[in-house]
Design a protein around this ligand. Structure first.
Ligand SMILES: O=P(O)(O)OC[C@H]1O[C@H](OP(=O)(O)OP(=O)(O)O)[C@H](O)[C@@H]1O
Ligand SMILES: O=C(O)c1cc(=O)[nH]c(=O)[nH]1
Length: 237
């Protein structure tokens, strides 16, 4: 997809990610153990203008999908620890600004990576999930493992996971069972979440968008390494 086909808010978001140095180039080990030549570090949206850029992009994606023929109804935005915590909370605030009539009472919730054994205790901070429709808001999808873990936590609390929204779909395949050998054909990580849980998985940007958006702005070697990585972990479906 060419960056010229991106809507204005997506183009602005990509520009904010570039300006804020959120997209990094080099060699990065991912949660999946894959070694990637690029990394999207949502922790670098730490300045007010950058945080507003990312929360606006999430909020506008939600508003756009809710104006489509396949809206997502939800009660809570859930941000998986750690980076998702800020993203979900800031997006709740932004949605309440943009559509107060619909979202002024919207709630957020997030998990702890380790259970707290004193005070209020437990694993979840924020709105109780029991019986609620929960939209997960996180930074990226690579192999999809963290999203599956988040869905399991929500279900364990009695919540209903109704969708996933991320800033970046890295367009990768599921890990192969044989030690994630890249030559093993495997289906798309986000496609399998959609199928396994019957929920939508949305992203503001994809790897295709950022490669096209960065062409001419970063070195040709970095672009080639991203293209090689995309081909190496391309889903079979
Ligand atoms: O497995 P996937 O669903 O494809 O996602 C990869 C996730 O791994 C990272 O989170 P990590 O668990 O490292 O937490 P962090 O937010 O503390 O960085 C990253 O922030 C993504 O959310
Ligand atoms: O897969 C990951 O671990 C991952 C990829 C990425 O681009 N950014 C990130 O924070 N985590």
């Amino acid at each position: 997809m060419s960056s010229t086909t991106l809507s204005q808010y997506k183009t602005e978001f990509l520009q904010a990610a570039i300006n804020g140095g959120v997209l990094k180039f080099g060699s990065f080990e991912l949660k999946s153990k894959r070694i990637s030549p690029y990394f999207f570090n949502a922790g670098d949206f730490y300045r007010a203008d950058l945080l507003r850029a990312i929360s606006s992009a999430y909020a506008k994606t939600i508003i756009e999908v809710n104006a489509s023929s396949a809206p997502i109804e939800f009660d809570i935005l859930f941000g998986p620890a750690y980076k998702g915590i800020v993203l979900a909370s800031a997006t709740v605030d932004k949605l309440a600004d943009l559509q107060p009539e619909k979202y002024s009472k919207l709630c957020y919730s997030f998990d702890r990576k380790e259970a707290k054994d004193h005070g209020e205790g437990g694993n979840i901070v924020g709105a109780p999930l029991k019986g609620k429709r929960v939209l997960i808001v996180d930074d990226v999808v690579s192999a999809g493992t963290a999203k599956r873990e988040a869905i399991a936590k929500i279900q364990k609390e009695g919540g209903i996971a109704v969708g996933v929204l991320v800033a970046l779909d890295r367009m990768e395949k599921l890990p192969a069972p044989n030690g994630d050998d890249p030559s093993t054909p495997m289906p798309s990580a986000i496609g399998e979440i959609r199928k396994d849980y019957g929920i939508p998985v949305l992203s503001i940007l994809t790897l295709d968008d950022i490669i096209e958006g960065l062409r001419g702005k970063i070195s040709e070697d970095d672009i080639r390494r991203m293209e090689d990585y995309r081909a190496k972990y391309k889903p079979s479906d």
